[in-house]
Design a binder for this molecule. Structure first.
Ligand code: ZN
Length: 224
Protein backbone atom coordinates (compact mmCIF):
# COMPACT_ATOMS: atom_id res chain seq x y z
CA UNK A 1 0.00 0.00 0.00
CA UNK A 2 1.31 3.41 -0.90
CA UNK A 3 1.16 5.60 2.20
CA UNK A 4 -0.15 9.13 1.96
CA UNK A 5 0.80 12.10 4.05
CA UNK A 6 -2.38 11.94 6.16
CA UNK A 7 -1.99 8.29 7.16
CA UNK A 8 1.69 7.48 7.06
CA UNK A 9 1.72 6.55 10.78
CA UNK A 10 -0.54 3.60 10.05
CA UNK A 11 1.82 2.16 7.47
CA UNK A 12 5.09 2.51 9.38
CA UNK A 13 6.28 0.57 12.39
CA UNK A 14 5.02 2.13 15.64
CA UNK A 15 8.50 2.38 17.18
CA UNK A 16 9.81 4.03 14.01
CA UNK A 17 6.95 6.53 14.05
CA UNK A 18 7.64 7.39 17.68
CA UNK A 19 11.35 7.95 17.11
CA UNK A 20 10.73 9.90 13.89
CA UNK A 21 8.25 12.17 15.63
CA UNK A 22 10.74 12.75 18.41
CA UNK A 23 13.40 13.79 15.87
CA UNK A 24 10.93 16.18 14.29
CA UNK A 25 9.97 17.71 17.67
CA UNK A 26 13.62 18.15 18.57
CA UNK A 27 13.93 20.17 15.36
CA UNK A 28 16.38 17.77 13.82
CA UNK A 29 14.87 18.24 10.37
CA UNK A 30 16.99 20.86 8.61
CA UNK A 31 17.59 22.22 5.12
CA UNK A 32 14.00 21.46 4.22
CA UNK A 33 13.06 22.32 0.66
CA UNK A 34 10.04 21.59 -1.46
CA UNK A 35 9.57 22.19 -5.14
CA UNK A 36 6.79 20.72 -7.28
CA UNK A 37 6.30 17.86 -4.84
CA UNK A 38 10.06 17.08 -4.67
CA UNK A 39 11.08 17.24 -1.05
CA UNK A 40 14.57 17.29 0.34
CA UNK A 41 15.75 17.55 3.90
CA UNK A 42 18.65 16.67 6.12
CA UNK A 43 17.85 14.94 9.39
CA UNK A 44 20.38 15.19 12.18
CA UNK A 45 20.67 11.88 13.98
CA UNK A 46 23.86 10.00 14.83
CA UNK A 47 24.98 11.47 11.56
CA UNK A 48 23.30 13.79 9.09
CA UNK A 49 21.09 11.84 6.73
CA UNK A 50 19.59 13.10 3.55
CA UNK A 51 15.95 12.32 2.88
CA UNK A 52 14.28 12.84 -0.47
CA UNK A 53 10.65 12.27 -1.32
CA UNK A 54 8.20 12.71 -4.07
CA UNK A 55 4.68 13.72 -3.15
CA UNK A 56 1.68 13.89 -5.46
CA UNK A 57 -0.58 16.96 -5.15
CA UNK A 58 -3.19 14.85 -3.30
CA UNK A 59 -0.63 13.83 -0.68
CA UNK A 60 0.33 10.34 -1.87
CA UNK A 61 3.95 9.54 -1.12
CA UNK A 62 5.20 8.37 -4.52
CA UNK A 63 8.74 7.64 -3.40
CA UNK A 64 10.89 8.08 -0.33
CA UNK A 65 14.59 7.55 0.17
CA UNK A 66 17.04 8.02 2.98
CA UNK A 67 20.77 7.40 2.87
CA UNK A 68 20.90 5.97 6.38
CA UNK A 69 21.75 2.30 6.95
CA UNK A 70 18.41 1.58 8.61
CA UNK A 71 16.17 2.15 5.62
CA UNK A 72 14.86 -1.39 5.56
CA UNK A 73 11.26 -1.32 6.75
CA UNK A 74 8.46 0.62 5.10
CA UNK A 75 10.07 3.84 6.29
CA UNK A 76 12.98 4.88 8.43
CA UNK A 77 12.83 7.29 11.35
CA UNK A 78 14.32 10.12 9.25
CA UNK A 79 11.65 9.78 6.62
CA UNK A 80 9.00 9.84 9.34
CA UNK A 81 10.53 13.01 10.80
CA UNK A 82 10.41 14.65 7.38
CA UNK A 83 6.81 13.54 6.89
CA UNK A 84 5.85 15.29 10.14
CA UNK A 85 7.59 18.37 8.84
CA UNK A 86 5.67 18.20 5.55
CA UNK A 87 2.37 17.81 7.34
CA UNK A 88 3.10 20.77 9.59
CA UNK A 89 4.01 22.91 6.58
CA UNK A 90 0.78 21.91 4.88
CA UNK A 91 -1.20 22.86 7.98
CA UNK A 92 0.51 26.23 8.05
CA UNK A 93 -0.19 26.73 4.35
CA UNK A 94 -3.87 25.88 4.86
CA UNK A 95 -4.05 28.25 7.80
CA UNK A 96 -2.35 30.94 5.72
CA UNK A 97 -4.95 30.44 3.01
CA UNK A 98 -7.71 30.87 5.58
CA UNK A 99 -6.11 34.04 6.92
CA UNK A 100 -5.80 35.37 3.38
CA UNK A 101 -9.49 34.62 2.81
CA UNK A 102 -10.46 36.46 5.96
CA UNK A 103 -8.36 39.48 5.01
CA UNK A 104 -9.82 39.45 1.50
CA UNK A 105 -13.27 39.32 3.04
CA UNK A 106 -12.45 42.25 5.32
CA UNK A 107 -11.17 44.26 2.37
CA UNK A 108 -14.39 43.73 0.44
CA UNK A 109 -16.13 47.08 0.74
CA UNK A 110 -19.11 46.85 3.02
CA UNK A 111 -22.43 47.80 1.50
CA UNK A 112 -23.66 51.18 2.53
CA UNK A 113 -26.29 51.13 5.27
CA UNK A 114 -28.84 52.89 3.11
CA UNK A 115 -28.38 50.26 0.45
CA UNK A 116 -28.97 47.44 2.88
CA UNK A 117 -31.98 49.13 4.42
CA UNK A 118 -33.61 49.97 1.09
CA UNK A 119 -32.86 46.59 -0.45
CA UNK A 120 -34.46 44.89 2.48
CA UNK A 121 -37.56 47.06 2.25
CA UNK A 122 -37.87 46.59 -1.50
CA UNK A 123 -37.54 42.86 -1.11
CA UNK A 124 -40.48 42.72 1.28
CA UNK A 125 -42.68 45.23 -0.52
CA UNK A 126 -46.22 43.92 -0.56
CA UNK A 127 -47.79 43.36 -3.95
CA UNK A 128 -51.14 44.95 -3.18
CA UNK A 129 -52.56 46.87 -0.32
CA UNK A 130 -55.00 45.02 1.82
CA UNK A 131 -55.83 47.67 4.40
CA UNK A 132 -58.82 49.91 3.78
CA UNK A 133 -57.80 53.37 2.69
CA UNK A 134 -59.79 56.34 3.79
CA UNK A 135 -58.19 59.51 2.44
CA UNK A 136 -59.13 62.51 4.54
CA UNK A 137 -58.33 66.15 4.03
CA UNK A 138 -56.48 67.36 7.08
CA UNK A 139 -54.59 70.39 8.24
CA UNK A 140 -50.87 70.90 7.97
CA UNK A 141 -50.31 70.47 11.72
CA UNK A 142 -50.78 66.75 11.34
CA UNK A 143 -48.02 64.25 10.89
CA UNK A 144 -46.30 64.27 7.57
CA UNK A 145 -43.33 62.95 5.71
CA UNK A 146 -41.87 65.28 3.14
CA UNK A 147 -39.44 64.28 0.43
CA UNK A 148 -37.62 66.92 -1.55
CA UNK A 149 -34.62 67.54 -3.70
CA UNK A 150 -31.83 69.57 -2.13
CA UNK A 151 -28.93 69.94 -4.50
CA UNK A 152 -28.14 66.47 -5.67
CA UNK A 153 -29.80 64.72 -2.77
CA UNK A 154 -33.20 63.59 -1.67
CA UNK A 155 -33.95 64.94 1.77
CA UNK A 156 -36.61 63.63 4.09
CA UNK A 157 -38.26 65.68 6.72
CA UNK A 158 -41.16 65.02 9.00
CA UNK A 159 -42.73 66.41 12.10
CA UNK A 160 -43.04 62.90 13.39
CA UNK A 161 -40.79 62.14 16.30
CA UNK A 162 -39.16 58.79 16.05
CA UNK A 163 -39.74 56.69 19.08
CA UNK A 164 -36.15 56.25 20.29
CA UNK A 165 -36.83 52.77 21.61
CA UNK A 166 -38.83 51.48 18.69
CA UNK A 167 -37.41 53.66 15.93
CA UNK A 168 -40.80 53.65 14.32
CA UNK A 169 -43.20 56.21 13.00
CA UNK A 170 -46.51 56.34 14.83
CA UNK A 171 -49.43 55.28 12.78
CA UNK A 172 -51.34 56.78 11.06
CA UNK A 173 -48.88 58.86 9.10
CA UNK A 174 -49.48 61.28 6.30
CA UNK A 175 -47.70 61.81 3.03
CA UNK A 176 -47.22 65.37 1.99
CA UNK A 177 -49.19 66.06 -1.15
CA UNK A 178 -48.85 69.79 -1.38
CA UNK A 179 -47.65 72.55 0.95
CA UNK A 180 -51.18 73.15 2.18
CA UNK A 181 -52.96 69.87 1.90
CA UNK A 182 -52.25 66.43 3.30
CA UNK A 183 -53.96 63.15 2.92
CA UNK A 184 -54.40 60.98 5.96
CA UNK A 185 -53.63 57.41 5.19
CA UNK A 186 -53.53 54.56 7.66
CA UNK A 187 -50.19 52.89 7.28
CA UNK A 188 -49.47 49.25 6.92
CA UNK A 189 -46.62 47.89 9.01
CA UNK A 190 -44.54 47.82 5.84
CA UNK A 191 -45.12 51.50 5.16
CA UNK A 192 -44.33 52.41 8.72
CA UNK A 193 -41.08 50.60 8.31
CA UNK A 194 -40.36 52.42 5.07
CA UNK A 195 -41.10 55.81 6.59
CA UNK A 196 -39.03 55.19 9.65
CA UNK A 197 -36.17 54.01 7.45
CA UNK A 198 -36.44 57.03 5.19
CA UNK A 199 -36.53 59.37 8.17
CA UNK A 200 -33.53 57.71 9.67
CA UNK A 201 -31.69 58.08 6.39
CA UNK A 202 -32.47 61.80 6.49
CA UNK A 203 -30.83 62.58 3.19
CA UNK A 204 -29.72 59.88 0.86
CA UNK A 205 -26.71 59.88 -1.43
CA UNK A 206 -27.29 60.46 -5.13
CA UNK A 207 -26.71 56.80 -5.92
CA UNK A 208 -29.53 55.79 -3.59
CA UNK A 209 -32.11 57.90 -5.36
CA UNK A 210 -33.19 55.25 -7.81
CA UNK A 211 -33.98 52.86 -4.97
CA UNK A 212 -35.73 55.52 -2.91
CA UNK A 213 -37.95 56.47 -5.86
CA UNK A 214 -38.67 52.82 -6.43
CA UNK A 215 -39.72 52.54 -2.79
CA UNK A 216 -41.92 55.61 -2.85
CA UNK A 217 -43.52 54.34 -6.06
CA UNK A 218 -44.21 51.03 -4.36
CA UNK A 219 -45.96 52.79 -1.51
CA UNK A 220 -47.98 55.05 -3.80
CA UNK A 221 -48.97 52.14 -5.98
CA UNK A 222 -50.20 50.32 -2.91
CA UNK A 223 -52.27 53.29 -1.89
CA UNK A 224 -54.29 53.45 -5.06
ZN1 ZN B 1 16.92 7.15 7.40
Amino acid sequence: MVPDIAHFEQTADAAVVKRGRSLYRKERVTQFSEEDGEIRAVVQDIEDYTVSMELSPDGVIRSHRCNCPYDEGVMCVHEVAVLYMIREKQKQAAHQTNVTDVIAHMKTPKRALWEEALDELLAQAPKGREAQIAPVQVRTERAYLHVEHQGDRLVFSSNVQLDPAQQSVPSPCIIAKSPTEYVLIPLTPYEQQVYSTLLRLGSVPKEAERKVKELLATIEENQL
